[in-house]
Ligand binder design. Structure first.
Ligand code: 3PG
Length: 306
């Protein structure tokens, strides 16, 4: 059995070593396709792979057609919007993710970007502190919960909106649940996005919603670029010179944001949220173990294309 790790953005070496130990320990062969720049390289590498470990790498119908021996794809991470689930099901391929394994890393980066923004991107002028400010967590999943834990230490007032999470869970964590996204944005000085990219959420962060934020509002995106209505946000930031936007996922209109909003906008060059040795080890080894469990025992825990 050949297990291929196909990562355009590679794991730390220590994580690859851990993955190798799991895979070879189970008697399988490990192949690596790292930092590939062309889809043709992926199409070639998947030809004889029985299992695939990926990150944000796009697995579409063409890749699945090329991967004649493929039985399972594990997205080492949370969001699986990069995998065509319907096509995978049609090809008889099981798709899994590794929920929670990289969420602390993403949460820590959200605070790194938050502090940078409220300190005016370190331009030397007086900024503000996070302590005592109202933080809105938009979606209370694994990352949202880690964000809440860190925000408590900083001394923020914490609010959350999540249509799918029972209020009791948030209350149990000492978080104030709010009834709508609108209420969250109206209440909070800082909103941190943790929604997945789905048909329901794409373009949902729009002019009307963000415009509800109080003066000097800060929007932090470590989720997905697709959830932002970029045309709306460009217009709003022109209309509201008090607003700031920091993102770990470079917008399609990055050049316009950077040019129009110096000192109010920042994007990492490449998604960095899960790019820590710890997150790579956790998610990579979890992916390897899930593949071994699936191939040896038929374990389908964490399957997402039911
Ligand atoms: C995730 O969905 O797990 C995060 O967005 C991390 O994605 P990455 O593995 O591409 O860094």
């Amino acid at each position: 059995m050949k297990i291929l790790v196909a990562t355009e953005k590679p794991f730390a070496k220590v994580a690859v070593d851990g993955i190798r130990k799991e895979i070879e320990g189970a008697g399988y062969e490990l192949a690596l396709l790292e930092k590939y720049t062309d889809k043709a390289q992926l199409l070639d590498a998947v030809k004889d792979a029985n299992a695939l470990i990926i990150r944000s790498d796009v697995i579409d119908n063409e890749v699945l057609d090329a991967a004649k021996e493929l039985k399972i794809v594990v997205r080492a991470g949370a969001g699986y919007d990069n995998v065509d689930l319907e096509a995978a099901t049609a090809h008889g391929v099981c798709v899994m993710n590794t929920p929670g394994q990289n969420s602390n890393a993403v949460a820590e980066l959200a605070f790194g970007m938050m502090i940078m923004a409220v300190r005016n991107f370190y331009d030397g002028k007086s900024g503000t502190e996070l302590k005592g400010k109202k933080l809105g967590i938009h979606a209370y999943g694994n990352v949202g919960r880690n964000v809440a834990r860190i925000a408590k230490g900083i001394g923020m007032e914490i609010y959350a909106y999540d249509a799918y999470c029972p209020k009791e869970v948030m209350e149990g964590d000492g978080i104030v649940p709010v009834d709508s996204a609108e209420a969250l944005y109206e209440t909070c000085n800082v909103v941190s996005l943790h929604i997945p990219a789905t048909a329901e959420t794409k373009n949902s962060i729009n002019y009307d919603l963000v415009n509800r934020m109080p003066k000097n509002g800060l929007l932090v995106n470590t989720a997905r670029k697709e959830v932002i209505n970029e045309a709306d946000l460009l217009r709003l930031m022109n209309d509201r010179p008090d607003l700031k936007y920091v993102t770990d996922i470079m917008p399609v209109h990055h050049a316009e944001f950077a040019e129009q909003f110096p000192g109010r906008y920042f994007s990492t060059p490449k998604k960095m949220g899960a790019q820590t040795a710890e997150a790579n080890i956790n998610a990579g080894i979890a992916a390897a173990k899930q593949i071994v469990g699936f191939l040896k025992d038929g374990c389908e825990k964490f399957r997402v294309n039911k």
